[in-house]
Design a protein around this ligand. Structure first.
Ligand SMILES: *[C@@H]1O[C@H](CO)[C@@H](O)[C@H](O)[C@H]1NC(C)=O
Ligand SMILES: *[C@@H]1O[C@H](CO)[C@@H](O)[C@H](O)[C@H]1NC(C)=O
Ligand SMILES: *[C@@H]1O[C@H](CO)[C@@H](O)[C@H](O)[C@H]1NC(C)=O
Length: 365
């Protein structure tokens, strides 16, 4: 079967679905969890031999096909989704071309971790867009970190590329990718009673099946491509997208967890009328994930700020906070971050923090 034919098969369901006006596409890429194994002749120990050795993917450079767990040589590779993963050597990449709808916003969701205690960077791209994901910070101690990255399709096909842009002295280092999924996103618009787009964080990236750690939203340059539509991750570190299945979420199916103090902020730019007064209301709480202590969410709008304290005993409680602000321009940026750093009481290696949900801004009559 040719590449084109297998692509067609993999996505015929998607195309039929669109024709029938079904729900937007969401799921793994072809062999997205790497469980479809290479032929024995295409493997030399763990190294994939040849451009098409990894089913449904194209590879370049030294790419290894590995099974999770302890490795020969003493390393341990965490594979949270399924059993198999790929490791990208220096300057190596894997790619896959998928059919998409031009002009539509998509989020890729992928499990990625570093293999050595060195600065490893994973470059995700869908040309002409690309983003660099530093993997130094481990957000959870079990290595099962899952990230999302957004892009807007420029044509009917998108080439999704994961590239190890770093060059490590030890060629056995390099990022591990253990699952890749995609979701077509809806770009939300503000409603009559609320200037905030996607106010309850209900629209967001795909969650990998066994993803109990939530999805990390890395800092973005552009809110236009955000995998959390409407919102900017305007900081140095990631914000976590959490769901009601694995966490306590104040309202609806999802929320965000501010997990790296002042380095982990979410923001949105609103259209406002200068000199008009607005009410900003939001919900803060804890995700019932072992994150205890005195928390504080700082909210900013125009020149006004509010420090909203919350004492978490890890029971999944929440409360509402609000303040009024006067717009000074036709655009007002609202920003939220956690004043403090927190880690889970049962696992000091896992960052956590206050949950933010239900952000509302409306003019005060
Ligand atoms: C979740 O984990 C179970 C057990 O490890 C596995 O059988 C199942 O295929 C996984 N599901 C997904 C969607 O990865
Ligand atoms: C806003 O109010 C100030 C002070 O009342 C006034 O000087 C300014 O012209 C007003 N700006 C607009 C855009 O209405
Ligand atoms: C903002 O609006 C909410 C909902 O109507 C209200 O409960 C709250 O008191 C208002 N906040 C301020 C500071 O006026």
């Amino acid at each position: 079967m040719t590449m084109a034919a297998s692509l067609w098969l993999a996505f015929s369901l998607l195309l039929t679905g669109c024709a029938l006006g079904a729900k937007p596409f969401e799921g793994y890429l072809g062999n997205g969890n790497f469980e479809e194994q290479p032929k024995p002749k295409d493997l030399k120990k763990t190294v994939l031999i040849g451009k098409y050795a990894l089913p449904k993917w194209e590879i370049n450079g030294l790419v290894e096909y590995i099974s999770g767990g302890p490795q020969p040589g003493g390393m341990f590779f965490p594979v949270a989704h399924g059993v198999h993963a790929v490791r990208l050597g220096n300057e190596a990449s894997i790619s896959q071309t998928i059919p998409v709808k031009p002009g539509t916003l998509y989020a890729l969701t992928f499990g990625a971790s570093r293999t050595c205690a060195q600065d490893e960077v994973l470059r995700v791209s869908v040309p002409p867009l690309s983003g660099d994901l530093p993997l130094q910070t481990l957000y959870s101690s079990n290595g099962g970190d899952v990230y999302a990255w957004g892009f807007i399709a420029k044509s009917k096909f998108a080439k999704v590329i994961f590239h190890n842009s770093g060059v490590q002295e030890d060629p056995a280092c390099g990022p591990l990718i253990d699952a890749v999924a995609i979701k077509e996103l809806i770009r939300p618009i503000p409603t009559a009673g609320n200037l905030v787009k996607n106010p309850g964080f209900e629209e967001g990236p795909h969650r990998l099946g066994n993803s109990t750690n939530g999805v990390l939203l890395p800092p973005m340059q552009e809110d236009f491509y955000s995998p959390l539509p409407g919102w900017i991750i305007g900081s140095l570190k990631a914000v976590k997208f959490i769901d009601s299945k694995h966490f306590n979420v104040p309202t609806g199916n999802s929320a965000v967890e501010l997990l790296a103090g002042r380095e982990s902020a979410v923001a949105q730019i609103l259209r406002t009328v200068p000199n008009k007064t607005y009410n900003l209301t939001f919900t803060i709480g804890d995700a019932k994930n072992g994150c205890h202590g005195n928390m504080m969410v700082e909210a900013f709008a125009g020149k006004n700020t509010l420090k909203a304290p919350f004492k978490s005993s890890g029971k999944g409680e929440f409360r509402t906070a609000s303040f009024e602000f006067k717009a000074i321009a036709a655009r007002t940026r609202i920003t939220f971050y956690s004043s403090f750093y927190h880690t889970r009481i049962d696992d000091f290696g896992s960052l956590c923090g206050p949950v933010l949900d239900e952000v509302r801004v409306f003019p005060v009559a």
